[in-house]
Design a protein around this ligand. Structure first.
Ligand code: PMP
Ligand code: GLN
Length: 451
């Protein structure tokens, strides 16, 4: 009897220990569920950059993925930064004006006043941001109410969409499509259907985001295309956010046209730039937005409440860079023009080796990326060894792990409903040392020759 009682007691105490544990687990998960990712971020938890940079760290391929130069930035800007670090002026290491370090906003206003042929007010018509990312963020957050629609041309730089969605905005997509050509494709062959674009505009449209020169295709929008977009923006009273971070990287005979310069467009355009691209210092993360004061005001409000002010020494160094380039603006050594000249042979070299290996590249008119149709090589790739839903993800991952050259899957630049349009393409970056481009060519050619 005694034995039964102790056993029952043991069972009871075990059961109660179990139910305590269960209760603890339940209350633990109730406690923890409070800290789950907020709903508005839930569809945005994947980033091609986070994933592919991690992959590059693990497999150490020849990295033609993320866009950054693997050679030195121009010495005038890097020397300026080191001089600033040991400057006699102690204030260069302290907070500067929130909406932009005066020396930099003055330099930017001066440059774009010249390019736009109108006087930009450095205090109210220019905002300095943490890279072009923050300029895009302040523009989209500062001008979106829940339910507002934004038109996005695909392929688009991937952050536009989460920036719109997290605030309840609705992206509406239109893809660029390649025209059928017999020879090598150029980015000029990728166009939007005018009727399709016209149909997307309606009374809920807050704006359209354009990116010229485009990442990843390298398309430089023509005057006719920009005028068509401008006319629709005026007709429907919408904004244009113009991402022009690659404005200086344009290959002859193409010309970069700023949509803000078209008649009646300055009033409704926010233009975005990046010191990272302009001076080949992507790690400096300084960008800007310029546009009319009433539109920039909203961006200032977002900026003052999330970042407040950007790094002072880096802004000072970028300002010195601008001052110097403006002094030699008409000369071929001006970095704004010499960089594209330096990149053009790299572009042509990449176009050739990708063709030699059997891919079908689209030769870009601007920027430092090249997309290529990789599917002629499909039989050489074991796509089944990778598990991603999109074929271009499987191709690029397999190539990184097994061949040792990394590119970026182009469907990352498309909405879910249009990803299938891009699965045949990979993006490679060519702002790399010649020896590294050569290495990439050799690796690919060797792989091609293997059975
Ligand atoms: N827009 C485009 C089209 C880009 O390619 C990038 C990538 N650099 C950015 C914006 C962001 O630029 P930043 O590095 O200055 O934030
Ligand atoms: N803009 C660069 C690219 O397209 C870098 C992207 C990033 O690191 N987020 O590759």
């Amino acid at each position: 009897m005694m034995f039964v009682r102790t056993s029952i007691c043991r069972v009871i105490s075990k059961t109660s220990a179990f139910s305590n544990t269960l209760r603890n687990i339940q209350s633990y998960s109730a406690v923890m569920s409070k800290f789950e990712l907020p709903d508005r971020f839930k569809d945005n938890d994947k980033s091609v950059w986070v994933e592919y940079i991690q992959l590059a760290l693990k497999y150490k391929p020849l990295n033609l993925g993320q866009g950054f130069p693997d050679f030195h930035a121009p010495s005038n800007v890097t020397k300026a930064l080191s001089a600033i670090a040991s400057s006699d002026n102690p204030l260069l290491q302290q907070y500067t004006r929130g909406f932009g370090h005066p020396r930099l906003t003055n330099a930017i206003a001066k440059l774009y006043s010249k390019l736009l042929k109108r006087n930009l007010d450095p205090n109210n018509e220019v905002l300095i941001t943490v890279g072009a990312y923050e300029a895009l963020y302040t523009a989209l957050q500062g001008h979106t109410n829940p339910g507002d629609e934004w038109i996005i041309i695909e392929p688009f730089y991937d952050c536009y969409v989460p920036m719109i969605r997290i605030i309840g905005g609705i992206p509406r997509f239109i893809p660029l499509k390649p025209k059928n050509t017999n020879g090598t494709l150029s980015s000029v062959d990728w166009t939007f259907d005018k009727k399709e674009l016209e149909k997307l505009f309606n009374e809920k449209t807050k704006g359209i985001v354009i990116n010229t020169p485009n990442n990843p295709i390298g398309k430089v929008y023509t005057l006719d295309e920009l005028q068509f977009i401008a006319d629709l923006a005026k007709k429907w009273n919408t904004l244009v956010v113009s991402d022009e971070v690659y404005e200086w990287i344009v290959y002859e005979p193409n010309q970069h046209i700023r949509i803000a310069t078209l008649p009646g467009m300055f009033e409704r355009t926010i233009t975005i730039g990046s010191a990272g691209k302009t001076f080949s210092v992507t790690g400096w993360k300084i960008g800007w937005a310029y546009g009319p004061a009433n539109l920039l005001h909203n961006l200032q409000i977002v900026h003052q409440n999330v970042v407040y002010t950007c790094s002072t020494p880096i802004q000072e160094a970028v300002a010195l860079g601008f001052e110097e380039e403006m002094e030699r603006f008409e000369h071929p050594e001006c970095y704004f023009f010499s960089l594209a000249k330096e990149l053009e042979p790299k572009r042509d070299y990449m176009g050739k080796f990708l063709s030699d290996v059997g891919m079908l590249p689209t030769i870009p008119e601007g920027g430092y990326f090249m997309i290529a149709d990789w599917t002629p090589l499909e039989k050489k790739v074991k796509l089944e060894e990778e598990t991603d839903a999109n074929k271009d993800y499987r191709f690029t991952k397999w190539m990184t792990k097994n061949v040792g050259v990394q590119g970026i899957p182009v469907s990352a630049f498309y909405s879910n409903e249009h990803k299938h349009l891009a699965e045949d393409f990979v993006r490679y970056c060519f702002i790399k040392k010649d020896e590294n481009l050569q290495k990439a060519a050799n690796i690919l050619m060797k792989w091609k020759s293997q059975q």
